[in-house]
Design a protein around this ligand. Structure first.
Ligand code: KIV
Ligand code: ZN
Length: 518
């Protein structure tokens, strides 16, 4: 049985999903969960793209010990240098360099000839190899590249020092047979191909990403690049959980498997969905709420007689368990800490105290605290400890079917510690809250998306709100969790604004540094 390396790109390509905007604390939480899941490589970001990305990749590389951490770089020295600075302290630093190879990209985007692209690719792989022990090279839009040229450039970059070659279906265009054929072709036409691992990276524009990845494996790929819940640019990347379980359940067909800890799949999917605000469809394979639900009478009857009649994957395999009632009003600090540890979270005593106080406050409103509630609670974020943005203090809303909804909000401006209090009306309660927040905050804010969902079943479930807003023309997103939907709505809005203010502040810092350095 061949072992396939799992290269997770949730934090890079996944983070490129429209509307997704993770801060470094959230990225680290996801990276730690990916480590528990047992992925082989975490692509933590694109260090040269922003100061925030650089710092997040650096922190992840310094923290994660059981898998290799990588970062993306264009074929320019500055990107490679930034990646090295961010990754050099990691356990097994590797770089992921790319350049487009298809004629369509050469002509319209790069404005380079094939010869120039080949030279640049070789030069940059050599440059990266002087720093990184492992260099992965990607041919962007490999799938629309003429195969003889692709084989030629692949041969050259292997000679230059690349040890992993990735052949992405950047635009999700190919059929499984066509994609598999590219790997077969490389095996047959590139003389030094035996010196490298081949990697598959598929996008889901035609719904083929998982099938294409499996076809690549059947035709010789040793690594698959994928994202949790299939998030990613446009229609997304291949869903990690689907490939992993397909390999496990049908390793007889694929003659290959991964070394993932599959029991962690559901928890990883929940975490990514919560933090990104990208809801998982109920009918999504492996991790959707209905993935193990049997509805029709005939199916239920068969299933009760013998599970295998209608079940090919057991829910326990992927970590789907009945909701465990874990803690309540009388639970002590010790039980609380034990439960957090069991969920995979390790905190120092100061953080435990902080979360324990929040937990106790929650038990005043909610009798039964489930694992899901605990995760929501600890991930409820205060965007920053720095003196940036606004702290939510209180909210009051007056609503009646024959009254105009009115909201009163109190905030603290963290920069100057000033209390801000405002009131406003709206056509509905949420609009009244947002009109009031808009008055409190001296920015031009426009709401572009609003979504609400409960964190689990039951009337006392917590409300989770995701919003997308533009702050002075820049788009950002935020989330808020609370027992009450209006409080969750207010927190989500404020969270989005605070994120943008932190980004602006980081950017200003970077500009100042650059100005001082130049
Ligand atoms: O889809 C793609 O081609 C990519 C590359 C940067 C690897 O994400
Ligand atoms: Zn991609």
């Amino acid at each position: 049985m061949r072992k396939i390396n799992v290269f997770d790109t949730t934090l890079r390509d996944g983070e490129q999903s429209p509307g997704v905007n993770l801060n470094s604390r959230e990225k680290l939480a996801i990276a730690k969960q990916l480590e528990r899941l047992g992925v082989d490589i975490i692509e933590a970001g694109f260090p040269a793209s922003s100061r925030g990305d650089f710092l997040a990749v650096q922190e992840i590389a310094r923290t994660i010990k059981n898998c290799s951490v990588t970062g993306l770089a264009r074929s320019v020295k500055g990107d490679i240098d930034a990646a090295w600075e961010a990754l050099k302290d990691g356990a097994s630093p590797r770089i992921h360099i790319f350049i487009a190879t298809s004629d369509i990209h050469l002509k319209h985007k790069l404005k380079m000839t094939r010869e120039e692209v080949k030279e640049k690719a070789v030069e940059m792989v050599k440059y990266a190899k002087e720093r990184f022990p492992i260099v992965q090279w990607s041919a962007e839009d490999a799938c629309r590249t003429e195969l003889p040229f692709l084989a030629e450039i692949v041969e050259k970059v292997i000679d230059a020092g690349a040890s992993v070659i990735n052949l992405p279906d950047t635009v999700g265009y190919l059929t499984p047979a066509e994609y598999g054929n590219i790997f077969k072709y490389m095996k047959e036409h590139v003389p030094n191909i035996g010196r490298v691992k081949l990697s598959a990276h598929c996008h889901d524009d035609l719904g083929m990403a998982v099938a294409n990845s499996l076809s690549a494996i059947e035709n010789g790929a040793d690594q698959i690049e994928c994202a949790i819940n299939g998030i990613g640019e446009r229609a997304g990347n291949a869903a990690l959980e689907e490939i992993a379980v397909a390999l496990h359940v049908r390793n007889d067909a694929h003659q290959a498997d991964s070394s993932l800890n599959l029991h962690e799949l559901k928890r990883t999917s929940d975490l990514v969905s919560k933090l990104t605000g990208m809801a998982v469809p109920r009918n999504k394979a492996i991790v959707g709420d209905n993935a193990f639900a049997h509805e029709s009478g005939i199916h239920q009857d068969g299933f009760l007689k013998e599970k295998s009649t209608y079940e090919i994957i057991s829910p326990e395999l992927v970590g789907v368990t009945a909701d465990a009632l874990v803690l309540g009003k009388h639970s002590g600090r010790h039980a609380f800490k034990d439960r957090l540890n069991a969920l995979g979270f390790q905190f120092d005593s100061e953080e435990i105290n902080k979360f324990f106080t929040m937990f106790k406050e929650l038990t005043e409103k909610k009798k039964e605290i489930t694992d899901d509630d605990l995760i929501s609670l600890i991930l409820e974020e205060k965007v920053t400890d720095k003196k940036i943005g606004y702290e939510f203090l209180s909210l009051q809303v007056h609503y009646g079917t024959s009254q105009v909804p009115t909201a009163t909000v109190s905030l603290k401006n963290q920069e100057n510690e000033q209390l801000i209090q405002e009131a406003a009306t709206g056509a509905g309660s949420v609009e009244a809250v947002y009109n009031t927040l808009g008055r409190c905050i001296d920015k031009n804010i426009e709401l572009t998306d609003y979504r609400i969902q409960s964190n689990r079943k039951g009337e006392d479930a917590l409300a989770q709100v995701f919003v997308r807003v533009t702050v002075n023309g820049k788009e950002t997103s935020g989330r808020g969790i609370a027992q009450d939907v209006l409080e969750a709505s207010a927190k989500a809005y404020l969270n989005a604004v605070n994120r943008q203010l932190v980004l602006d502040c980081n950017l200003d810092g970077l500009k100042r540094q650059t100005a001082v350095g130049s």
